[in-house]
Design a protein around this ligand. Sequence first.
Ligand SMILES: O=C(O)CCC(=O)C(=O)O
Length: 283
Amino acid sequence: MGSLSPEQVEHYLEHGYVVVPGVLGPDEVERYRAQARKIALGDVPEEASKRLVRDIAFARGHVPLPDDPEHALWKILNPDRFDPVMAECLSFPRVLDAVSSLIGEDILAFLLMFIYKPPELPQTVHPFHQDAVFFPFEPQSSCVGVWIPLDPVSEANGTLSIIPGSHKLEIQPHETREGINFGAVAARDIEGNEAHHREAVPMEMEPGECLLFNTRLLHRSGGNSTKNHRRVITLHMASARCRSRGQSLSEYGFTLVRGRTHEGCLQPLESPPLELYNALKKD
Ligand SMILES: O=C(O)CCC(=O)C(=O)O
């Protein structure tokens, strides 16, 4: 039995998202902020060092590197693969309880990222996209995005903006664009269209709240014009009854976090790679 009320489930099905309050307490929020900082300052195995990804403004030298390396980071990709504290983020009990209301009790977690918006970098935009474009398995409705801010988030510091109901659209054509972070893609006719920007709702959330969203939901994030970090934990969860569409899935490194696996369906990977390969285009 999941923890969401029938009204919350109905909201998710109709609008493509639901906010779950208080999945992490203040001590837990601080624990993961502090651990990310340790990693950002260099506590990372050599093979995994490419999993610390700088914002393009610093990577391309458009903005001088700050003294504090954490201030240049865009994200830490799959920290669960080399850091046991970060691995805890795959299975927060309150998140699993809520997600099981949406996709059932057999759950695989994958693609954990710790994402920053560097302070005072208003140009850092992650354009409108649908995460499902990256995920070669089905049904897509059995896959949920999980987004947990560790700082108060609003439009000023680059929160996630979503287009309610857009999960009912088909997957849109996506393309890379100049000037956005390496590997990020934009939904072609959506990012450039003012009408879609007007429909978008910036999620104002507190640290430790959780946004659950359908992986077809169109979403984007803007830049951070404040002096402080904007840090989030994000990951995805898929039903262990999902099936591959045939492509190699090894880079996803699924972890069984609740229930059991099913024959012929997605399977957990014993030791997902530490090195970063190009197989995974999701950024
Ligand atoms: O948190 C962000 O800035 C954007 C995250 C996002 O859209 C994604 O990873 O798909």
